[in-house]
Design a protein around this ligand. Sequence first.
Ligand SMILES: NC(=O)c1ccc[n+]([C@@H]2O[C@H](COP(=O)([O-])OP(=O)(O)OC[C@H]3O[C@@H](n4cnc5c(N)ncnc54)[C@H](O)[C@@H]3O)[C@@H](O)[C@H]2O)c1
Length: 439
Amino acid sequence: MTTASTVVNLAIIGCGGMGNRHLQGLAEYARSVAGLPGHAIFNLIAVSDPNAKNATLLADTALAEFGHRPAIFANPEAMFDAVPDIDAVDITTEPRLHESLSVLCLRAGKHVLVEKPMALTVAGCNAMMAAAQAANRVLAVAENYRFDPLVRLTKALLDARAIGDPWMVVDASIGSGGQIVITPWRHKRLYGGILLDVGVHNVDLMRYYAGPVLEVSARVALLDRVRKGLRPQGGVTGAPASPGAIYAITNANAGMPETMEPDVEDTAFSTLRFEAGMIGQWTLSHAGHAQGFGRKQYWGSEGSMEPAPPRSGTGPRVWRDGSSDPLTPEAMLSRVPGFAVDASTARLFGGERLASYHLDPVAIDCKIEAAVLSDFGRAIVTGTQPEVGGIEGRHAVAVVNALFESSHLNAPVLVADIEADVPAVSAWQHAIDRDLAGG
Ligand SMILES: NC(=O)c1ccc[n+]([C@@H]2O[C@H](COP(=O)([O-])OP(=O)(O)OC[C@H]3O[C@@H](n4cnc5c(N)ncnc54)[C@H](O)[C@@H]3O)[C@@H](O)[C@H]2O)c1
């Protein structure tokens, strides 16, 4: 049985870009968090990836970070046979495999941390939640943006009515036209597609700030029909300048085409209604050539707010009626006297009540991944729910799928009709589930 000083033997499944970033998060966790009372101690003992080059890269980096080399396997079944004392797995594969791998690992009795999006469809999420319940194991989704301490401050300010009663939101991001976004699979329908891959972040933050989404009315489109592969010059040498620098190696290991033809929509325009009464406009497009566009803003009965951009170090900005200047950091903090981040986040970022921080992008990424791991460890040690579990992960998947369902039905859809055990709306997702089952 787990205790306050539990050592959690961990395996990483999926050794590409995010597998490497989670490894850096583990290293940061070991440096900054693992000694805190009641926190798990993660011990990376195995990695699995059919791409032997990626698996070897991750194992070599782990050796350099931790002084011992995790065992390498091509698949999780062989890994569990050879290393039976694995307690937990961290699944960082492409989303197409999240459901099947999570169910396999939960049935093998392992706690699971799985990257976002939780699965491609609500049915996939439901299968994962049922497996976690049957096995009595933790199922956590590595939805990292909300673990930023400045996102925590944004939420505290909204809860403290810094803009009065919040009543509307605009969330718009348009960019990445013409290029393959990070990896080719992000433009394939049976791997989830770019709107799901990115959109779950937007939904999770909106849910965090404004509560669950009630209804979605949307139009989706596939605009950019040919995308070019990114061709990094050389490999990564010395310290990486950005968390994404690792893709120069992992994409070379996997192979990057000159061009590809996406088969899934890259653009969504939508109107949202939230259960708590707010209304919103959400635009997400990866077909924006040349000039990108991005803005997020909340308005309420007494003011407006730009939430903190996650992973930037920049705090939220609050404007109150009667002043054209945003509140100073001190004025913002004085509105939330009880606000403090948890002990591990405070240790990672250097304070309980930050209104900004100054760290390079790689350090920020490591620390936020460490905070995600800290919450996963807490859930394992205490036998409680992780902050982002099945309910939260599934809601994000459901709302993104609602964009497609609504657009194809040419009508608004209720998210509850998509999330129900027997969904009233499921045509788009049903076709994906059917095609996935067919291979
Ligand atoms: N939260 C974030 O900020 C963030 C950022 C990037 C990616 N992600 C998520 O991380 C996940 C992985 O994305 P990525 O960019 O690292 O992709 P990637 O293509 O770089 O890596 C995926 C890895 O999984 C491996 N893999 C494939 N099949 C496997 C199997 N059966 N068993 C084990 N490994 C297998 C691949 O060989 C590859 O090494 C996705 O779900 C993505 O959405 C999250």
